[in-house]
Design a protein around this ligand. Structure first.
Ligand code: PGA
Length: 263
């Protein structure tokens, strides 16, 4: 399956302007004009413009960590999709577990955000994943099914499905140092691809990139990427310095070759 590997860095609420610019420059140099893998950076809103300048002329994509679902209005403190597009943002993260669990975003809200992103013809990266309690209760697949249901309303046309990627981030693995094993990630990704087939059809399911996120490090990136349904990685903590992020970025082409030679 020829899905281009995606390595994404979610910087969350970290970094000063200077550090963000320096890190963006290092990533831009490492990625250059490479086409064999995609690289996305998700800086805080206030750093978008600085990062945009550093990655100009490379294939690094500019991402935003969140958005509001309305185009404009009296929503103090919020940022709309047209504003992000105007800034040069190409990808928007929707439904990150911190948005769901710290800020109380519902599936319904997340669905509306994703719809706003896809309608504006930006790429949408929808994050899904179960809590430890849900996993231990054997409810992982049920949770993933519920979280993917928003696609029924948000993806209206085949060209919108082509803008979608899904990040599987088990909540128990985020920032905990407890990475899902490659087998656990593959099992969840295979189920996500099956669910995508039900919702969006076989073609979209086969071409949608599925990223794994949760304590990704240089030491586990390649083995995760080697799994057939793990098409990319969404990296938090380890994306905050070139010393840990660049080796993860480098793991991408190697893993893609390995997957090809197996079949
Ligand atoms: P982590 O975060 O790599 O620090 O676990 C991943 C994420 O939240 O996207």
């Amino acid at each position: 399956m020829a899905r281009t590997p995606v390595i994404a860095g979610n910087w969350k609420m970290h970094l000063t302007r200077r550090k963000a610019s320096g890190l963006a420059r290092a990533v831009a140099e490492a990625q250059g004009e490479a086409e064999g893998r995609r690289c996305v950076l998700f800086p805080a809103f206030v750093h978008l413009e600085h990062v945009r300048r550093k990655i100009r002329g490379t294939t690094v994509l500019l991402g935003a960590q969140n958005c509001h679902e309305e185009k404009e209005g009296a929503f103090t403190g919020e940022v709309s999709v047209p504003m992000l597009k105007d800034m040069g943002v190409q990808v928007v993260l929707v439904g990150h577990s911190e948005r769901r669990h710290v800020f109380g975003e519902s599936d319904e809200r997340i669905g509306r955000k994703l719809q706003a992103v896809l309608r504006a013809r930006l790429q949408g990266m929808l994050c899904v994943g179960e809590t430890l309690e849900e996993r231990e209760a054997g409810r992982t697949f049920e949770v993933l099914e519920r979280q993917l249901r928003v696609l029924r309303g948000a993806v209206r046309k085949p060209e919108q499905a082509a803008l979608l990627s899904i990040a599987y981030e088990p909540v128990w693995a985020i920032g905990t140092g407890r990475t899902a094993t490659p087998e656990t990630a593959q099992e969840a990704h295979a189920e996500l691809r099956r669910l995508l087939g039900d919702i969006l059809g076989a073609e979209a399911a086969a071409s949608t990139p599925l990223l794994y996120g949760g304590s990704v490090k240089p030491g586990n990136a390649a083995e995760l990427l080697a799994r057939p349904d793990v098409d990319g990685l969404l990296v938090g903590g380890a994306s905050l310095s070139p010393g840990t992020f660049l080796p993860i970025l480098d793991a991408a082409p190697a893993a893609a070759r390995a997957a090809e030679s197996h079949g």
